[in-house]
Write a protein that binds this ligand. Structure first.
Ligand SMILES: [Fe+2]
Length: 438
C-alpha cells in the first residue's frame, strides 16, 4: 500500500478508536514548549497551597524545562534517591500521537468507571491534579502540582523496580513512575505504565490515610534494612550467613508488600454504606473497576485494619498479578488505615513469615464475608490437587508447598494462636505423601 494510503487508513483507525472511547481527536494536541513553560511558571508561584514552592527552587526548575532537559526527579523537598540503573527521564516531545491517543482513550474509559465506583476523595484528587484526557501529562507540571498539594514528588523509572528501592522512594515521599504508555486499546497490563502510575496512583496521594500507608511502608523498609545491616555487621566474614540475612530482609519486604497490595493497590472502602474503590491497581483498569465491586466471581471481605487479626489476614494472603484479583478487602473506613504504622507493618510481616499462608481464592474462619466468589476454593483443595498432580494457579501451588513444609517442620503453638481461628488440619494422607516426595 502506498505511504499516503497507509497514513489515511491509520487516521481512519484512530478516528474510529477515539469515537468508541468518546475522545475528540482535536483534544489530543500536546502544548508547545512555550505554552508548557508559561503554565509551569504560573503554577510554581501559587501560594494558596499546603506546600508552596520556595522562591529559590522555582527558576532552576523552569530553566531545566526551558533548556530542553527531560524530567528526571522532583527536587523541591531537599530529598533525593539514588535510582541506579532504574533512573529514567521523560522526553516529553518524543511521545507520538498514538501514545497521546492511547492515554486519552484510557483516561476516557477510566473516567466512566471511576465516576461510578471510585470513592469521593479519589475523585477530588483527580480534579486537583487535573488528571484528564487529551494528552499525556508533562511530569514537570504534574510533579509541581503534586508537591504543592501533598509534599510527594515523582521520580522517573525505566521499569518495575525492586521492592527495596520502591519503598526507599516512599520513605522520602517519592513515587516512582514509568514513562511508557501502554499500546492503544489495552485495558489491563501486568507491568506498570503511565496509565497505571499516573492515572491510577496520583489521585490517591491526596487521600491522607493512603499517603500515610505508603510513607509508613517506606519507614517499615528502613527498619527492616537497619536490622539487616546490624546483623550483617555482626556476621563478620561469614558469606553464607550474610546471604541468609539479606534473603530474610527481602522476604520480610515481600510480606509487607502484601499489606500494600491489598490496600494501596487493590483496596476498597466503605463510603456512606456503599463499597467504593480506592486502589490504584483497580482504578487504572476500567474492566477491574467494574469487576472489583460488581463481579460475582471474586470474594469481598470486610476488614478493620486496626484489628491485628485482620492485618494478619492481609499479610498472610498470597496473590497473583497476572489477572483480576480473586479476593478484595474492604476497609471499614479510611480512618482505620491510619493504624497501619511502620511498627505494625513490620510486626505483621515478621509474624506472617512464620505462619501458613492463605491463597487468593480462599475464605477462612473469621472472615466477614460480603461476597463469596464463584471461584472460591476450600482450604484443603490446594493440597489434594498438588498430590494428584493437577493443574492449578501458581498462587495455590506456592501456598500449598509453603504450608506443607511448615507443617512438616513444625509450627509453634504460640504462633498458631495468633490465627483468628486455627488453620484447617492438613489431611494425614497428604502430609505423608508430601514428606515422601518433597
Ligand atoms: Fe501500582
Amino acid at each position: 500500500m502506498p505511504e499516503s494510503k497507509q497514513l489515511e487508513s491509520k487516521q481512519r483507525d484512530y478516528a474510529e478508536i477515539a469515537k468508541r472511547s468518546g475522545v475528540d481527536l482535536a483534544d489530543v494536541k500536546p502544548l508547545s514548549l512555550e505554552e508548557r513553560i508559561e503554565t509551569l511558571e504560573s503554577e510554581l508561584h501559587r501560594t494558596d497551597v499546603p506546600y508552596p514552592i520556595a522562591a529559590a527552587k522555582r527558576e532552576p526548575y523552569i530553566e531545566a524545562l526551558r533548556s530542553g532537559n527531560p524530567f528526571r526527579m522532583g527536587d523541591f523537598s531537599g530529598e533525593t534517591v539514588d535510582l541506579g540503573k532504574y533512573a529514567c527521564q521523560q522526553f516529553y516531545e518524543n511521545y507520538s500521537f498514538e501514545e497521546h491517543l492511547s492515554w486519552a482513550c484510557l483516561v476516557a474509559q477510566q473516567q466512566k468507571t471511576k465516576h461510578q465506583f471510585a470513592c469521593r476523595q479519589y475523585q477530588e484528587g483527580e480534579r486537583l491534579f487535573e488528571i484528564r484526557g487529551g494528552v499525556i501529562p508533562d511530569f514537570y507540571l504534574l510533579n509541581a502540582r503534586i508537591y504543592q498539594q501533598t509534599a510527594w514528588q515523582l521520580a522517573a523509572v525505566s521499569e518495575i523496580i525492586p521492592a527495596e528501592l520502591f519503598f526507599t522512594c516512599h520513605s522520602r515521599r517519592f513515587f516512582p513512575v514509568t514513562t511508557f504508555m501502554r499500546p492503544l486499546g489495552t485495558d489491563y497490563l501486568e507491568e506498570p505504565d503511565i496509565g497505571h502510575d499516573v492515572a491510577g496512583h496520583v489521585a490517591t496521594f491526596t487521600i491522607r490515610a493512603v499517603a500515610d500507608v505508603m510513607k509508613n511502608h517506606g519507614e517499615a523498609r528502613n527498619m527492616i534494612y537497619a536490622e539487616r545491616d546490624a546483623m550483617i555487621a555482626d556476621a563478620g566474614e561469614d558469606a553464607a550467613a550474610i546471604e541468609a540475612i539479606k534473603t530474610h530482609a527481602d522476604d520480610l519486604l515481600m510480606y509487607a508488600g502484601r499489606i500494600y497490595w491489598f490496600t494501596v493497590e487493590f483496596g476498597l472502602v466503605m463510603e456512606d454504606g456503599e463499597i467504593r474503590d480506592f486502589g490504584a491497581g483497580i482504578l487504572s483498569s476500567p474492566g477491574e473497576t467494574v469487576y472489583s465491586i460488581g463481579s460475582p466471581e471474586s470474594n469481598r471481605i470486610l476488614i478493620d485494619p486496626s484489628d491485628d487479626a485482620d492485618l494478619m489476614r492481609l499479610a498472610n494472603t498470597d496473590y497473583l498479578i497476572s489477572e483480576f484479583q480473586k479476593t478484595y478487602f474492604i476497609s471499614e473506613s479510611f480512618d482505620l488505615l491510619h493504624s497501619l504504622t511502620p511498627e505494625r507493618i513490620l510486626d505483621a510481616s515478621k509474624r506472617a513469615m512464620s505462619l501458613p499462608d492463605y491463597t487468593w481464592r480462599e475464605i477462612v474462619p473469621g472472615d466477614r464475608v460480603v461476597n463469596v466468589g464463584t471461584v472460591m476454593t476450600s482450604p484443603n483443595e490446594k493440597y489434594y490437587r498438588l498430590m494428584a498432580g493437577q493443574k492449578m494457579d501458581e498462587c495455590l501451588r506456592r501456598t500449598a508447598i509453603k504450608n506443607l513444609r511448615m507443617h512438616r517442620d513444625g509450627i509453634s503453638d504460640e504462633l498458631l494462636a495468633q490465627f483468628r481461628a486455627l488453620p484447617p488440619v492438613i489431611p494425614q494422607e497428604v502430609m505423608d505423601w508430601f514428606c515422601q516426595n518433597d
